[in-house]
Ligand binder design. Structure first.
Ligand code: CU
Length: 153
């Protein structure tokens, strides 16, 4: 059969396509934004990023829809915040961005962030992924400042 050869090649192509399916699969959840206790006119954002795929990926940037600001990826080293170029999200693992550790930083926004905002996460391989973030009240921060003011007389 002359066609048998073609069928064989088709099967190889199908097999190669299946291999090409190896990719990261990013799921972002639990996004929360709070005024930064360490920086004036800035917000920190925390969330959980899970990579359910079989290939590593990296968060390389982000922005908040409708907001002009300086957007940075931060880590905390020796109690100080430092800007970093990317946050690695290895295959089959979960990375938690949390207070005192990795987080997103929104510096000098042109508007006050309120209620709920849309964060657009930019990944090296997965592209842009949107997630809703809940903006927490700045009450805690104000209370702290008040305490400090009172404490200093
Ligand atoms: Cu920061």
């Amino acid at each position: 059969m002359k066609h048998a050869k073609y069928i064989f090649f088709f099967l190889i192509i199908i097999a190669l396509t299946a291999c090409a399916e190896q990719k990261p699969q990013i799921v972002a959840s639990d996004a929360v934004i709070t005024p930064s206790p360490m920086m004036g006119n800035a917000y920190s954002a925390f969330l959980v990023i899970e990579n359910k795929g079989n290939v590593d990926d990296s968060l390389i940037g982000f922005y908040v829809e409708g907001i002009n600001a300086k957007f940075e990826l931060h880590d905390v080293v020796g109690g100080k915040m430092v800007a970093i170029p990317e946050i690695k999200i290895p295959a089959k693992s979960k990375v938690e961005l949390k207070r005192g550790s990795l987080h997103l930083m929104i510096i000098n926004p042109d508007k006050k962030l309120e209620n709920e905002v849309t964060i657009v996460l930019k990944f090296k391989k997965s592209g842009e992924i949107k997630i809703k973030g809940k903006v927490m009240s700045p009450k805690v921060k104000e209370e702290k400042e008040e305490e400090m003011t009172l404490g200093c007389g």
